[in-house]
Ligand binder design. Sequence first.
Ligand SMILES: [Fe+2]
Ligand SMILES: [Fe+2]
Length: 263
Amino acid sequence: MAVYGVLGDIHGNREALEAALAGIDAIGVDRVICVGDLIGYNADSDACVRILQSREALCIAGNHDLIGTGQLGFERCSNKAMHSLKRTRRTLGGPEAHYVRMLPAHVVLEGKILLTHGGVRDVQQYMTRPKHFIENVALLRQDFPGIHVCFYGHTHEQRVVEIDGESARDIDPAALGRLRRDHMYFVNPGSVDASRKHGAKRAEFAVFDSGALTVRFSNIAYDDATAEGKSERAGYRIDRWRDRLYDVQRRIVGPRHVDNGAP
Ligand SMILES: [Fe+2]
Ligand SMILES: [Fe+2]
C-alpha cells in the first residue's frame, strides 16, 4: 500500500510538469506514476524525460511516446499532432529516446492497480463512452485479472468511471468518497499539459492512496507563456498552410484515416 502521485499526458511541457510535481510534493506521496504521453506537442520532451527519471517515476508508453520514437506511424494522428511529432522525432536525445522506447505498455501495482494509456489493447483508443469502458472491462478481466483500479490517460480529462457488474457510470470527482471494494474503477488523472485546452492553463494530476482507497484530483497553474513561446519558436506549432498541405498529402498518398482529436 502506498500513496501515488498520478500524472499523464505531459507532452514535453516542462513548466506544467514542474508545477504538477510541486503540487504533488506539497501533498506528499511515496511514488510518482505516469500513464503515458511523456513527449510530443511541446519543446521540452528531453527535459521531461530526465525529470521523470530523476524522480524514479514509474511510466508506461502512450501513443505519442510510440510515434515520437518511430514505433508507431502517423496514421491516427491529427495534423497538429503529426507536425509536432515529426519535430520530436528529430530533436529527441539518444538516451531519452532509449528510455522512451523501453517503456512498457502496462504496469500492474500491488496486483490490483493497472496503468494503461488508451484502451487495454489499443493504445490509441479514446475511452469516452460507457460502451468503451464496458468493452475494456471485459478485456481487462482476460488480460489482467484481479484489477480494482485502472488508471488511464489519452483523453486529457479528469474522470472517474465506476463499473458495477455490466454497467458503467460517471462519478463526480468532487463527490468521490472512498472507492468501493466490490466495484471496479477507471480513473483518469487528467492532463499535465494544457497547451491545447481553452481557458486558464492548469496542470492536472491526481493523488491515490491505495490503503485508504481515496483519489484526490487537483490542478495547478503553470507558466504557459514560457512553455508556449518555446514551442512556437522551436517549430512545434503548425501554421494553416502546412495544415492544408498535410490534408492534401493525406488525400493523395494516405493515410486516409485520421482521428479528430489525437490528444
Ligand atoms: Fe495519447
Ligand atoms: Fe495525450
